[in-house]
Unconditional design. Sequence first.
Length: 409
Amino acid sequence: MNPSEMHLSARPWLERARHMSLVGFALFAPFSIVLLQAAQMAGNAVGLASLRLDPKKKRLRLRLPLIRPMAAFLVVSLISTVFAEDWQTALIGLRTAWLPMLFFLVCVNTLTQTKAQKTARILIGAGAVAASYGLLQTVLYGTSFRIQGTYGHYMTFAGVLLILALLTLGQVLLDRHNSRGTRLRMGLALCLLSGAMLMTQTRSAWLGMLAGITVLVLIWKKRYFLALPLLGLLVLLVSPEPIKRRALSFLDVQDVTLLERVKMWKGGGRIFLDHPLTGAGIDNLAAIYPKYKDPEESRLRFTHLHNNFVQIAAERGAIGLLAWLWIWLAYFRAIAQRLRRTPKREGPERALIIGSLAAVVGFLVAGVFECNYRDSEVASIIYFVMALPFCRHDSAASDSVNQPTPATP
């Protein structure tokens, strides 16, 4: 057997392996970071093998959307590490800078748009199981307990549930091609995911959910926008007392956690002013923050600045923040292009695009009050979800007709 025949015989096996690596990610993501990363590593290995056996597509994959802003973010993270206060600590912290690369793993390894849709539903189903476990904690420990679900912290669990709930809502509202059974399963999953997210009592996730729903409804049917306050009021009325107290705390301008966050943001701003170009370095803030913190700040142990944008500016400076913003501006531009090319009628492709958009908006809004981009579980899932609308190429059966998504600056 000559090399070309060996390549052809290996190709179907590689395609199955590529798809199964993403199925594994979708199954494990709501449960275990270790299994999630194992599936990601397997996908990386298979993807590299595919590139080696199919060199013609190597050039096509270099034209994937968001390649330039994500590469820029990685480069500026490396530059920030070189000029960090403690470069060794920053070098270890670089592990989070590679998380956006999962976006390309999904784009390369998802073989068709149909498989992207199926993989999204597997992820939603696994998330619904994890949400059920979280709601069981409410039954066991009472409504005052902030459920942690399958993770070690309620805010991590809330961040994952937020993304999956908005992705599911897109399926429920916009994919009218679903059978009645599928619609019922998606509706049940949405109830479980939303209910569990509510019981985490994580207000940043609630705000992200509100923002994501607003975007989704405005694109879907604007006339329902005015019904959103009524829906929110109804949810509040039927919620347990601890949820009502958390929701009403939004109106308290003297809320302790809000005031603490404002102090953190000011401390982060002072760090940025002292390190304006490349920042203090990834994971360096814990060592230097005591010098910049507000004297009245009650928090004794530093974790992070509870704001993605302030955190990145303090760690990576202006160049890091600009690269981070470039990623999301490029994503929104690419999504707008995809929507313009997609038929306006409701269907699976439009559901996936708008569901992904709503999830990203929710993630970014929640990140105003929480550093969710540093949370590997949450960040991995958002990069996975944001890639799904771009999985339209690279099928063995349609190489001659499917074209890669154009690059987005």
